[in-house]
Design a protein around this ligand. Structure first.
Ligand code: BEZ
Length: 327
């Protein structure tokens, strides 16, 4: 066989393989840590329905909530090898691997959930997603979030000094660990689904948490003091394994990106819409409530900034964007 003929056959075989790839039906697996009733989980299920519908039943997505596939660090490893296709991940685990994402946790970077959602929809936050393929081997398709962070505790917290020595549950990631260490508390990294028991058995004195989780996981049953501080936002990112992404046809990438983007947007608007009612519901509970602002945490914030301005150079651009969005 001459060289031209061999090449032609090779090209035809590649084209055939590519079209087989295009036509290949897939059952994707999507993992996340939130319980089934959480908005992240219900929107993940809704994304699965949208993708099945828009692909004419060719593709499906099996959703694994409540850490069924492991914690986020383990899911990131599975995504990197291609053993897991997709996930909705807190930025926490991503910031452990790409420090620039830590900038999203700058204390009082945003004022409230509307401001947080606007920042996450901005091109500046979008630029962070561009760091993910090289930084962690994942493709970030967009942001979601939960509400702002608060502190629920077993004993009253009326001043920053009351945080001294408190065993305080945090989501396992460095920017929040550094923030609470700077307050003098003893941060205890712990996954969301272990928090109720840890509060109940006295393993921790206080928890860093959002209104929604306090309500749906009933943490208020185990601690009766709430510091409404709104000290940080808490973003999530919808990701696809970089390995899996490379195997997909341009049409499938477009389909997945659009559908997941729509459901992540539902998460952002969902938390914007729920926030005021959730705060009201919490204020109606029998909790002792104290309010705090940036002044309350002034020393800890200064210490945090000194570390993270250097570690996360994107902080400056995000701050400028957050300021623009205030105007
Ligand atoms: C948390 O670790 O506190 C958390 C994680 C995901 C959703 C809500 C809260």
């Amino acid at each position: 066989m001459n060289r031209t003929k061999t090449l032609t056959l090779a090209v035809a075989a590649t084209a055939l393989a590519a079209s087989a790839l295009t036509a290949q039906a897939r059952d994707f697996r999507l993992g996340l840590i939130t319980p089934p009733q959480h908005l992240w989980s219900t929107e993940a299920e809704a994304f699965a329905e949208t993708l099945a519908e828009r692909s004419g039943g060719e593709h499906s997505v099996s959703v694994f909530p409540a850490q069924q596939l492991g914690n986020e660090a383990q899911m990131v490893q599975q995504l990197q090898t291609g053993a897991l296709d997709m996930a909705f991940l807190t930025i926490a685990e991503i910031s452990n691997r790409i420090p620039d994402f830590g900038a999203l946790y700058a204390p009082y970077l945003v004022d409230d959930v509307d401001h947080a959602a606007a920042l996450l929809r901005s091109d500046t936050a979008g630029e962070l997603l561009d760091l993910m393929p090289a930084g962690v081997g994942l493709v970030g398709l967009g942001y979601g979030m939960v509400g702002m962070r608060q502190v629920l505790s077993r004993e009253p917290i009326e001043s920053a000094e009351d945080l001294e020595g408190l065993r305080l549950r945090i989501t396992p990631f460095e920017p929040i660990r550094d923030f609470y260490t700077a307050t003098g508390a003893a941060p205890e990294p712990m996954p969301l689904l272990e928090v109720y028991d840890a509060l109940a058995n006295g393993q921790v004195d206080a928890i860093d948490m959002d209104f929604d989780s306090i309500l749906i996981l009933k943490f208020y049953e185990q601690a009766e003091h709430l510091l409404i501080s709104n000290h940080m936002m808490f973003p999530m990112v919808g990701v696809v394994s970089g390995r899996v992404w490379r195997e997909l046809s341009p049409e499938d990438r477009e389909l997945i990106e659009t559908a997941m983007g729509e459901h992540l947007e539902n998460v952002l608007t969902g938390f914007q819409e729920m926030d005021a009612a959730q705060e009201e519901e919490i204020r109606q509970l029998d909790l002792d409530i104290v309010e705090a602002d940036a002044e309350f945490f002034a020393e800890a914030i200064a210490e945090w900034e000194a570390t993270w301005a250097e570690k996360a150079p994107m902080l400056e651009a995000l701050r400028e964007e957050a300021e623009r969005l205030r105007q």
